[in-house]
Design a protein around this ligand. Structure first.
Ligand code: ADP
Length: 396
């Protein structure tokens, strides 16, 4: 069975075609700058090809991608009939979609009601789904939601102490994001350890440009650091994460900014980038602090400290800790950050093999030593495969 996974962003469309019998990716790529100038498709079928072409909208981009998949030279299938299902990454399922679902026109209409909760991503996600409906009308379309894995978080952890009416009227609550990644590494970690999920108290650390952590008990998420939007929680590439919400109106008054402008400041001009004034990329921050840049050093310490604080909180919430999993761009590649986070947790019996950890990038590995009370794993995330697996289960 071949499954196409589509991840539509505001100006991009990523794709990956899987042969599920072999659990292997056949081809992948990304259409970029959709709706803008200089748009192109980067296509990888063993070799990388970049094709410059006009991509005025997601539907045209998808049509071009489908043509590429069936292209005699660059493609991997003879006709679109060889695609058995499409899995779509969708940002927000609100409280309606708490697991992956087979999509139909009615469900797409329901999704349109969530645009306000993800104004950047949701229109693109829906655009990708509608394009597939029109270009591949007989192929089942599945939606996998970034929020779904967090649907099991109990009310005491997902509600904010605002007037209850605000939750009832506007569904203001914690949703959490990166769910497909947290779910994937949770499953892989249990497999790796040869243990049942039912025996594990786990913290998953998805540390990328956007970062979040999840507390997972017996395979079910009980808390996560991102909230109503992806802004809450950790210090991220361009997001500030947790702070006193009263700062928002204060900045508004001081700088004569609208709430939307303050929102942009917190989401796009803060975090590693905003604080250091340098870059949202942790590699640049590491380089700068090695050269003695004080703000880079400080924001790195804040990044590590916030994570350590969350590990403490989640260990209490879980009532203990069996396993920690590092994943995503920083989690998989930044061995200094992994080392510095674990050092702060030595009091809890967290010990990693520093020699093994040193220089290690992107390879599934047990980092903890025999003496460690907590298993520490590096598990590369694979959000597309996670979506493909859900799609496979639903259409089979
Ligand atoms: P996202 O999916 O949120 O865009 P990724 O999970 O791809 O992010 O992570 C991208 C980030 O990972 C980069 O912005 C960079 O900060 C970090 N990163 C990647 N490689 C390294 C590395 N070798 N050392 C430190 N950080 C890295």
């Amino acid at each position: 069975m071949n499954i196409l996974v589509i991840n539509s962003g505001s100006s991009s469309l990523k794709y990956k075609l899987f042969d599920m019998d072999k659990q292997k990716s056949l081809v992948s790529g990304v259409a970029e700058r959709i709706g803008g100038t200089d748009s192109f498709i980067k296509h990888e079928n063993g070799e990388k090809t970049v094709i410059d072409l006009e991509l005025p909208n997601h539907k045209v981009a998808l049509k071009e991608v489908l043509d590429l998949l069936t292209d005699p030279k660059l493609g991997v299938i003879k006709s679109l009939d060889e695609i058995d299902a499409v899995g779509h990454r969708i940002l927000h399922g609100q409280e309606v979609f708490t697991e992956s679902v087979i999509l139909d026109k009615e469900k797409v209409e329901t999704l349109k009601g969530f645009i306000e909760m993800g104004p950047l991503h949701m229109p693109a996600n829906i655009g990708g789904i509608e394009a597939c409906f029109s270009l591949m009308p007989n192929v089942p379309q599945i939606g996998a939601f970034d929020t779904a894995f967090h649907a099991t978080i109990p009310a005491k952890a997902h509600l904010y102490a605002l007037p209850y009416d605000l939750y009832e009227s506007f569904k203001i609550r914690r949703y959490g994001f990166h769910g497909t990644s947290h779910k994937y590494v949770t499953n892989r970690a249990a497999e790796f350890l040869g243990k049942s999920q039912d025996d594990l108290k786990m913290i998953t650390l998805h540390l990328g440009n956007g970062s979040s952590m999840a507390a997972v008990k017996n395979g079910k998420c009980i808390d996560t650091s991102m909230g109503f939007t992806p802004l809450e929680g950790l210090v991220m590439g361009t997001r500030c994460g947790d702070m006193d919400p009263a700062i928002v109106p204060y900045i508004g008054k001081k700088l004569d900014m609208t709430p939307d402008e303050v929102d942009t400041l917190m989401n796009k001009e803060s975090g590693l980038k905003g604080f250091s004034g340098l870059s949202n990329d942790m590699r640049d921050i590491q380089q700068a602090r090695s050269e003695g840049n004080k703000l880079a050093q400080l924001v790195y310490e804040m990044f590590v400290y916030r994570i350590v604080k969350y590990v403490g909180a989640y260990t209490a919430a879980l009532g203990g800790l069996d396993c920690m999993v590092f994943t995503a761009g920083i989690g998989e590649n930044d061995y200094e950050a992994r080392r510095d986070i674990c050092k702060e947790l030595a009091f809890m019996g967290v010990f990693i093999d520093e020699e093994l950890n040193d220089g290690l990038k992107g390879k599934e590995t047990r980092l903890s030593t025999k003496e460690s009370k907590v298993e520490v794993l590096l598990i590369p995330t694979n959000e597309e495969l996670s979506i493909a697996l859900d799609t496979y289960k639903l259409v089979k």
